[in-house]
Design a protein around this ligand. Structure first.
Ligand SMILES: [Zn+2]
Length: 495
């Protein structure tokens, strides 16, 4: 859906809105999630936890957001985590050099290109300042995106807000591995906030300075990159791969991708399949997805192989997850800086584990899910807006509405509401306004079902169950509601 429609809905229904908005000094690139937005965002993370962490036998940690300088010396962030920026000579506004050129030539420009190369591209393509249209720029400079802090009363302990959630996973590896029953692979996950001093935050949740990440780091033995016990489950599953240098995206089965070395091994293919399956569960059609293989200029400084998982929206292709084969870069770096041994000893072999990383943006996924779920339909003179969210990530599974407040209907509705809460369903109660308005209110935030308690309920103990997408209704016995809702939520049954 168009960007303005999302933003209007977001503000109207408290999905997300600017942080510190009552102050004129509010900072760009910081956003709040309102009650409805937070409910969807929480469920999205829960689904990630279920599908990519728990079902895959991984563990989850919650690490500190502030880490000492040494961590980022070892990780390479202090020297390498830079954006190329360029200043307009006329109006002095700052821009990302790579983005300016990319917009002008409508192609991808790697941010890792040398500054001199970016300088010449700006000249060659006659790039102009987005603010004043000027064509004279200073030389491109590298700008470090880390947000620094001084810790302690004397402020002599230099620290940084983490620019990614994965570093604490690497730091905790030795402890976690010791308590892990069995050998590698060991998958460790974390969901939380990260911070980057973006020069030009924009497109609301797509480029923020404080943002949510859900990351998985899988530690493994590189000699066993083709040993995956559960590979059978995915061997025929087709990945939408766009390898570096290929003409376009093609469905390639996991076994073919591993055999033809499109990916480094079965291990990589297996997790890419799990990733694609997870996003399918968010309601994203496979034809709108692709894994784009990055070339050497585009890859992050630590990656041997990178697949960016991207989804097509009205704003173009948006990256939702970076799948990075980081080799032993991280553990070797931290071992050197900390002077600690981070190797493992398995089967008489001592080695530093390799890492495959699945690094996803929470808020980006949230935005893309909204974009794809948005529906606007004309019905006669009326306009109907609804979000076709999958039941698992909807803010509530159903609304409970008494038709009127009198004659015992309100009490009966409360009884059903309480009962459904006992079963741990997320339900919302609403007794205000006409029934049509109540339906419209929950349609707009993507609640898939509504239960109405009417005069027949008092006679035969049945309720009306309404489906958001089709607006069809059917009578259901109250004692059968919980089981039916469970089946609908887990998509074991269609309405
Ligand atoms: Zn300018």
């Amino acid at each position: 859906m168009p960007k303005d429609e999302i933003n209007n809905l977001a503000l109207r229904r408290e999905l997300f809105f600017p942080s510190a908005e009552i102050y004129s000094s509010a900072l760009a690139g910081f956003w709040e999630f309102g009650p409805v937005g937070q409910a969807v965002r929480r469920r999205l993370v829960d689904l990630w936890r279920k599908e990519l962490v728990e079902k895959e036998g991984m563990v989850e940690i919650d690490g500190a957001q502030i880490l000492p300088e040494d961590v980022f010396k070892a990780s390479g962030h202090l020297s390498n985590f830079n954006d190329p920026i360029v200043q307009c000579k006329k109006c002095h506004s700052l821009s990302r050099a790579d983005k300016l050129i990319a917009e002008k030539i409508d192609d991808i420009v790697p941010e890792s290109l040398a500054t001199a190369e970016l300088d010449s591209m700006i000249k060659k393509h006659k790039v102009s300042c987005p603010k004043c249209g000027g064509k004279n720029f200073d030389k491109v400079k590298k700008f470090n995106m880390m947000m620094g802090l001084d810790i302690g009363a004397t402020g002599d302990q230099k620290a940084y807000l983490r620019p990614e959630t994965c570093q604490s996973i690497f730091l905790d590896f030795r402890r976690l591995y010791k308590n892990h029953r069995g050998d590698l692979p060991l998958g460790v996950a974390q969901a939380g906030k990260s911070f980057r001093n973006e020069i030009a935050p924009r497109n609301t949740l797509l480029r923020q300075r404080e943002f949510g990440q859900m990351e998985v780091e899988i530690f493994f033995d590189q000699d066993k990159i083709d040993e995956v016990p559960l590979f059978e489950e995915v061997k025929d599953y087709k990945l939408n791969l766009w390898p570096d240098g290929a003409k376009g995206t093609k469905g390639i089965s996991c076994s073919e991708a591993a055999k033809k070395k499109t990916v480094s091994g079965k291990f990589i293919a297996y997790y890419l399949a799990r990733v694609q399956q997870f996003y399918e569960k968010l309601g994203i059609p496979v034809k709108k997805m692709r894994f784009r293989g990055l070339d050497k200029d585009e890859k992050a400084f630590y990656a041997r192989e990178t697949w960016d998982f991207e989804v097509e929206t009205d704003l173009g292709w948006i990256e939702l997850m970076a799948c990075n084969y980081r080799t032993d870069y991280d553990l070797a770096g931290h071992a050197k800086q900390s002077k600690q041994d981070l190797s493992v000893n398995e089967g008489g072999k001592k080695f530093v584990p390799h890492i495959f990383e699945l690094s996803a943006g929470i808020d980006r996924a949230f935005y893309v899910v909204l974009d794809l779920a948005f529906r606007k339909e004309k019905r006669g003179k009326e306009e109907r807006i609804y979000l076709m969210l999958p039941p698992k990530i909807a803010p509530f599974l159903c609304g409970v509405f008494p038709l009127v407040k009198k004659d015992g209907l309100l009490e009966k509705a409360r009884e059903i509401f309480n009962e459904l809460n006992e079963y741990s369903f997320d339900v919302v109660f609403d007794e205000k306004g006409s029934i049509g308005k109540r339906y419209a209110r929950i349609d707009e935030i993507g609640v898939p079902y509504a239960i109405t308690i009417d005069y027949d309920t008092m006679k035969d103990n049945t309720v009306t169950l309404r489906d958001r997408d089709s607006m069809e209704q059917k009578r259901v016995k109250v004692e059968e509601l919980a089981e039916l809702l469970w089946k609908l939520q887990s998509e074991k049954e269609k309405f």
